[in-house]
Design a protein around this ligand. Structure first.
Ligand code: SAM
Ligand code: SF4
Length: 452
């Protein structure tokens, strides 16, 4: 007789790399008899895959642990056994011991480079509660321990190709939580991509904190580049679309820019964070480039691929940011024009140089600047979407929509596109005419040749 299935609930915070890590943790735990549950209530194992990038993201974890403690009590009162609570990801890495002190309900703390050891660690916590694992920075060991056989949920997938960061922007915790820059070998990435393609994946998003600094060793024993990797991936039958995130402007090599011109699979959409439009703030952030260098880079990319659209990340209220510096950011946004962007209030992170810089910006000023910037970005986002109305775009259909026979697809620019009578096309890339713009999506119609 098979052992009864145990319920696993994973809550993922933060970036796409955490989404990828959560999927891999599920793959590791499934053979041990865990099935995924959408809710924490009644789960035998709850994993919080955490983010430390901003204070709010880290604090959310502690309030969630409080809620889980109550659910654990209720589960035990129902005679359903104990709920194991594990904290994974970057908060685990940055605050390991502190979590154990501050939240004694936590059974296990596991850093981002150690989750392949989950089965063993969970077994150990079941024997003796209160195990803590300080993750070392040895991503090789983690990736070596993972099989390339992944559970696939649709025609798109994330694939981590690079981890860590050596850039040390003065506001950022990533170099401390994810360690030094490290790239996976090309052969291991191709294996994983082939397995995904065999399961119907058509679009890959290559992930890395500094993905365009990818330099994984190739079959010739020499460091590859992201562009070379993309050509090799595009040769895999079934892989039709490639994206990558997140890129640093200084690592945008000529061959990568040329790939946007020459490689059909390279999507015309690029996340290229600049953080600020002020030279003074860029220097204080240690971004290692100025605003003119960013303008020049954008011009070179657009010359190679005129239909390419950009997204970005911006931080408002970095220490010492004046009204004039903020104006420079607005001016940069107006000059570049973004199809979308993520905007953040500066959040001081313990241990980073910026946290102890003078002239921290008051919260109310940050709030106001964020609102102003968001209004500009939304205006640009809507204007960009409006330019697509009447055009025909290739849409990768991903999943059913809410309405009868409706399907939701993804445009080359990562927008959701709702199309009626298209469910039979899920998993396929099909030309669609864009007919209307919504707040967060586009409405499309099949061409007669396709629907017939
Ligand atoms: N490596 C990427 C780059 O250099 O653009 C970014 C990685 S980080 C996970 C994602 C974004 O979080 C950053 O681009 C930045 O805008 C934001 N961020 C990082 N640290 C922050 C902080 N202390 N306060 C506010 N936003 C922050
Ligand atoms: Fe953080 Fe990105 Fe700067 Fe690295 S390059 S320190 S991940 S913001």
């Amino acid at each position: 007789m098979n052992a009864p299935l145990k319920k696993l609930h994973i809550k993922t915070y933060g970036c796409q790399m955490n989404v990828y890590d959560s999927e891999r943790m599920i793959d590791i735990l499934r053979p041990l008899g865990y099935e995924v549950s959408d809710v924490a209530d009644g789960a035998d194992l709850v994993l919080l895959n955490t983010c430390h990038i901003r204070e709010k993201a880290a604090e959310k974890v502690y309030s969630e642990i409080g809620r889980l403690k109550e659910l654990r009590g209720e589960k035990e009162a129902r005679g359903e056994g104990r709920m194991t609570i594990a904290v994974a990801g970057c908060v685990a890495q940055a605050e390991g011991i502190e979590i154990m002190h501050r939240a004694p309900a936590v059974d296990l703390v596991i850093g981002p480079q150690a989750y392949h050891q989950l089965p063993e660690l969970i077994a150990r916590t079941h024997r003796a509660k209160g195990e803590r694992l300080a993750a070392d920075f040895a991503p090789e060991a983690k990736f070596d321990a993972l099989t390339s056989d992944r559970t696939v949920t649709g025609p798109t997938a994330f694939l981590t190709v690079q981890e860590g960061c050596d850039k040390f922007c003065t506001f950022c915790v990533v170099p401390y939580t994810r360690g030094a820059e490290w790239s996976r070998p090309v052969a291991a990435i191709l294996d994983e991509a082939q397995a995904l393609a065999a399961k119907g994946v058509r679009e890959l998003t290559l992930l890395g904190q500094n993905v365009n600094a990818f330099n994984g060793v190739g079959s010739d024993g020499q460091p590859s580049t992201l562009a070379k990797l993309m050509y090799a991936l595009a040769d895999i039958p079934g892989i039709d679309r490639l994206r990558y995130t997140t890129s640093h402007p200084n690592d945008m090599g000529d061959d990568l820019i040329a790939a946007h011109r020459d490689l059909g699979a390279a999507m015309p959409y690029l996340h290229l964070p600049v953080q600020s439009g002020s030279d003074k703030i860029l220097r204080a952030m240690n971004r290692k480039h100025g605003r003119q260098a960013y303008f020049d880079l954008v011009a070179r990319i657009k010359a190679a691929r005129p239909d390419l659209a950009l997204s970005g990340d911006f931080i408002v209220g970095f220490p010492g940011e004046t009204d004039k510096d903020f104006e420079d950011t607005l001016d940069l946004v107006r000059q570049v024009g973004y199809a979308s962007a993520f905007t953040f209030k500066y959040s001081p992170r313990p241990g980073t140089p910026a946290a102890s810089m003078p002239n921290q910006v008051p919260e109310a000023v940050m709030d106001e600047r964020l609102q102003t910037l968001n209004a500009l970005i939304i205006e640009q986002q809507q204007a960009f979407k409006a330019t697509l109305v009447g055009k025909t775009l290739d849409i990768l259909f991903e999943k059913p929509g809410r309405r009868d026979n409706q399907a939701i697809g993804r445009s080359p620019y990562l927008q959701s596109v709702y199309v009626e009578d298209a469910r039979h096309l899920i998993g396929q890339i099909v030309p669609v005419r864009i007919v209307a713009v919504g707040n967060n999506s586009l409405q499309g119609a099949l061409l007669e040749t396709v629907s017939a």
